[in-house]
Design a binder for this molecule. Structure first.
Ligand SMILES: Nc1ncnc2c1ncn2[C@@H]1O[C@H](COP(=O)(O)OP(=O)(O)OP(=O)(O)O)[C@@H](O)[C@H]1O
Ligand SMILES: [Mg+2]
Length: 243
């Protein structure tokens, strides 16, 4: 099965920044759920921005290497309120549908279908400002669906409310019809069991990637600096032995 995301030796530097935010990333991601984890500043959000195309198109900067992304990726940022543009849910979803290429007439149907898929059809006439955080997060994902995303990129969907975010990740894979779901998260225990692949980053590099069972021990140690050092040494030793 071919990869939907393929990065070869990708490095990226934000404009005006002296250091590289991503360094030599080589990665393939396929269908289903992929989780990108790692400590603060390790490059998780930047990697999602590369896959969505926001880097370099919106952010500028210097991008090196090869990037291939199949289908239509849409990034829902950690501050998902910034992704919701219009004052009411209906207007926002119709706007998203039109942004995704639907005619104004089609957009009415597309918006309703997206609202139904997320179980928020009762909220269509509500003003976004009157909704709870969890409801606004649903609106943001419905907007990505209405835009025609085949791949959804969720930046820290569990940051606001663990259980609400985890259930949205599960729905994204199991019933919303996205071909691929890519999640950047610090705390992954609630969603790790659903993943096909986990990628652990540190300092702009991938330190380990693979199936959850192979990667989880490493990921938890990475959050504990002493464990991480021990594991990095182990990793280095393994590589040295190979060479
Ligand atoms: N818009 C930006 N302009 C300049 N530098 C940035 C920008 N966004 C991130 N960086 C830098 O790029 C590096 C990677 O940051 P990134 O936000 O991708 O990490 P992260 O793993 O998502 O962190 P967090 O867990 O805090 O969300 C960091 O050194 C960060 O300071
Ligand atoms: Mg981030």
């Amino acid at each position: 099965m071919g990869a939907l995301v393929e990065l070869r030796n990708v490095s990226y530097k934000y404009p005006g920044s002296s250091g590289w935010a991503l360094i030599g990333i080589t990665l393939e991601l396929g269908k289903g759920l992929s989780i990108v984890t790692g400590p603060t500043g390790s490059g998780k959000s930047t990697l999602l921005r590369v896959i969505s195309g926001a880097v370099p198109k919106i952010y500028g900067g210097i991008l090196k290497g090869y990037v291939r992304v199949e289908g239509k990726p849409v990034l829902v940022p950690q501050e998902f309120d910034s992704f919701i543009i219009m004052p009411t849910v209906r207007e926002d979803l119709e706007y998203a549908a039109e942004a995704g290429g639907a005619s104004p007439w089609e957009a009415v149907r597309v918006a309703r279908r997206a609202a139904e898929a997320l179980g928020i059809e009762d909220l269509l006439e509500r003003s976004v400002a009157s909704l709870s955080t969890g409801e606004r997060q649903r609106v943001a994902i419905a907007a990505a669906l209405a835009m025609g995303a085949t791949m959804i990129l969720l930046d820290e969907p569990l940051a606001h409310q663990d259980e609400v975010g985890a259930s949205l990740v599960r729905e994204s894979i199991e019933k919303l019809g996205f071909e691929a779901v890519i999640v950047a998260e610090h705390r992954i225990s609630l969603v790790a069991g659903l993943a096909s692949k986990i990628v652990v980053m540190d300092g702009g590099r991938i330190v380990v990637e693979g199936a959850p069972r192979d990667v989880l021990g490493y990921a938890s140690k990475l959050m504990d600096p002493l464990g991480a050092i021990g594991d990095r040494l182990e990793n280095c030793r393994a590589r040295c032995l190979e060479d």
